[in-house]
Design a protein around this ligand. Structure first.
Ligand SMILES: [Fe+2]
Length: 247
């Protein structure tokens, strides 16, 4: 697949072992008539279905990049800075994760590129450092660390589109924007399995190169079923509750 053959691309991130949200997003992506789909990391951690989420990604053969929780489960990143809830979820995931899924996560790259698109979980500046991009200043600094027209990230679970027109940055408030020839873009695709922007619906992004637009999309899924599975597996009640608030 070359960049010139791409008409419509789907990008999602931060599934966090929430199989109910992931399946709903997959069905939505399948109805979007896409030529290419990428996952920006954090497949596991927090939710009750790490194996099932890995297995679906293996089956679908999407490009997937590594997130900090994927590395945490593998012991590749320090979890001393994780809060207790996140740490316990990592320890639980280590216990239940099958060997073959561990190998799948271990093989994930930190970045992915295709033509005009660059993909990284946290920041293009330092993909393995898991820094957050939360301010315009941080976004501005990061534009220097990718040369493509688009950089797609996840990590904060808060979707945004930042346009860079000759170093003038703006953040449109609408979920859909027109792609301009003279702009570069930093796009946070939000989270499938644990949104944190006060909207509990699962999030993903569609880029349409023919119609020249990018859209942040939201979809309702069976939150109660995901919550029940979290509780049934002895994971923290807080992890179940926050799904309902999108926080
Ligand atoms: Fe995450």
């Amino acid at each position: 697949m070359t960049m010139n053959e791409l008409r419509r691309v789907g990008i999602f991130s931060d599934i966090h072992a929430n199989l109910h949200a992931f399946k709903t997003v997959l069905d939505a992506l399948d109805s979007e008539n896409l030529d290419y789909i990428v996952c920006c990391g954090d497949v596991v951690g927090y939710g009750a279905f790490p194996n099932e989420c890995c297995e679906l990604l293996i089956e679908r053969k999407f490009p997937v990049i590594a997130g900090n929780h994927d590395h945490a489960v593998l012991g590749l990143t320090d979890i001393s800075y994780f809060n207790d809830v996140a740490k316990n979820a990592v320890l639980w995931t280590r216990k239940v994760l099958k060997k073959e899924n561990e190998e799948f996560l271990r093989a994930l790259p930190l970045t992915h590129k295709l033509g005009d698109m660059f993909f990284v979980h946290a920041s293009p500046e330092a993909p393995a450092d898991w820094n957050y991009i939360l301010t315009m200043g941080e976004a501005r600094a990061n534009f220097r660390f990718f040369s493509e027209k688009f950089c797609f990230i996840g990590h904060s679970h808060q979707p945004f589109i930042i346009e860079n027109l000759n170093e003038e940055l703006s953040c449109p408030s609408t979920p859909e924007i027109e792609i301009r020839d003279d702009c570069r873009y930093l796009i946070n695709v939000g989270s499938v399995g644990q949104p944190r922007d006060r909207n509990p619906n699962a999030c993903y992004v569609i880029v349409d190169f023919e119609a020249k637009c990018v859209e942040i999309k939201r979809i309702h899924y069976d939150i109660q079923a995901a919550q029940e599975a979290i509780m049934a597996n002895g994971l923290s009640q807080e992890l179940a509750e926050r799904l309902a608030y999108g926080w």
